[in-house]
Design a protein around this ligand. Structure first.
Ligand code: CP
Length: 408
């Protein structure tokens, strides 16, 4: 019971643990914790064969919108095909289609783009703070004509203890056709995908993945490939397993806690890139090399930098350190990207950073604002890539979507 109590306290993410006084309450609490995390919840429903959501609507009350049909028949682990939860779900053909869609949407006049998903409903569900991902997804949805609703953990019923499952079902009942989720727990998008049956776009889950970031990083890198390489890759497909051949990408810093590092290490080697992880033992354990195919570890930043065409700097994620102690002076000495280091070892490399940048820690202002930096470009590519991911989500299962929009 002690471990169960500990678990539910963790899963509720800072909210009050539920008191257990009677055996009836104990059973209820268990179910609540399971539904928050998804652990075992599918089993409890499938064994009783009850629907997840039962609605009784009086014939005198005409519903303004049709409540989409949703049954317990959604299998455990179901992920809607329009979802983007992990880059491992994308084939290279999928990546190619997303990049092609992104280029087409970028070239479409704003007035025509705004008609494409007019009045479709997109929900943004954010349990962690965000500037770039949240704003770019929201603006991307609006630029496609969709209506957006933002639910943040700090100003919603999540604060009162509402579970991820119930929040998702509520958004679905309000007509959301896809949900963009940022959550501190790795795997949370799978829980939401299962309980809602909707396309879920992972906007970063714990230390697991940040697929839209990896795609925007890819688009940024592709934009800086020599023109000859870009032309060669366009002759067959936009991208293929040799597109990034000869490109070395070094990812530096807090790899241990970085969903950005993981998604990039899972994606870029599949296009032929060589990926090097660089950082101290505390933030880069040996096993991190196993994250992506062929990923190497180089602890000496200068040696890594010398070999790099692309340098991706990461911030130390204070919020996830959980007791780990870092000597910042030593860290800055060994791993900060500054002008002298850049000029001496990689004068032609491009510098990426997913943000937020902590100037003076992992990177200096001179580099952040300097000629090698493509950090602002990354943000631009993010808005384009996220339009393409939304289009992919909203185009999936058009029949069901047509049916729900008919009743509005
Ligand atoms: N790259 C990124 O996820 O930034 P935000 O936390 O500001 O969304």
């Amino acid at each position: 019971m002690a471990s169960c109590r500990h678990r539910s306290r963790m899963m509720l993410n800072g909210s009050m643990p539920i008191k257990r006084k009677t055996s009836k309450n104990k059973a209820k609490t268990k179910t609540h914790a399971a539904e928050t995390t998804g652990n075992g919840a599918g089993n409890s429903h499938s064994s009783s064969n009850r629907p997840l959501l039962t609605l009784e609507i009086s014939p005198n009350i005409a519903p303004r919108i049709a409540i989409p049909e949703f049954h317990a028949s959604v299998p455990l682990g179901y992920v809607h095909p329009g979802s983007s939860i992990s880059v491992t779900h994308f084939t290279l053909e999928d990546v190619d289609l997303i990049l092609t869609e992104a280029a087409e949407l970028e070239a479409t006049p704003a007035s025509r783009r705004a008609q494409r998903y007019a009045k479709r409903r997109v929900a943004l569900l954010f349990y962690e703070s965000s500037t770039r991902t949240r704003t770019s997804f929201e603006l991307a949805a609006k630029s496609l004509g969709a209506d957006t609703a933002l639910v943040s953990s700090l100003s919603s019923s999540i604060e009162k203890g509402e579970s991820l499952k119930d929040t998702g079902i509520t958004l679905r009942s309000l007509g959301a056709e896809c949900i963009i989720l940022r959550h501190p727990n790795s795997g949370a998008p799978y829980v939401l995908a299962h309980f809602t049956g909707l396309p879920v776009l992972n906007a970063g889950d714990g230390s697991h993945e940040h697929p839209s970031q990896a795609l925007l990083d890819l688009r940024t890198i592709l934009a800086h490939l020599p023109a000859s390489a870009r032309a060669a890759s366009k002759r067959n497909h936009l991208i293929h397993e040799r597109t990034l051949r000869g490109v070395t990408v070094t990812i530096v810093g807090d790899i241990l806690h970085s969903r950005v590092a993981r998604s990039n290490a899972l994606l870029l080697p599949r296009l032929g890139a060589r990926v090097i992880f660089c950082g101290p033992q505390t933030l880069l354990p040996e096993y991190a090399a196993g994250i992506g195919p062929g990923v190497e570890i180089e602890r000496n930043f200068d040696r890594a930098l010398q070999q790099s065409n692309v340098v991706m700097m990461l911030r130390i994620q204070k919020e996830r350190l959980a007791g780990l102690e870092i000597d910042l002076e030593d860290y800055i000495e060994q791993y900060q990207l500054h002008k002298q280091r850049m000029a001496a070892l990689a004068p032609a490399a491009i510098v990426l950073h997913p943000g937020p940048v902590i100037r003076g820690l992992e990177i200096t202002s001179e580099i952040t604002d300097g000629p090698n930096s493509v950090i602002a470009e990354q943000v631009y590519h993010g808005s384009i890539i996220r339009m393409a991911l939304l289009a992919r989500a909203l185009d999936a299962h058009p029949k069901r979507n047509e049916q729900s929009s008919k009743h509005r």
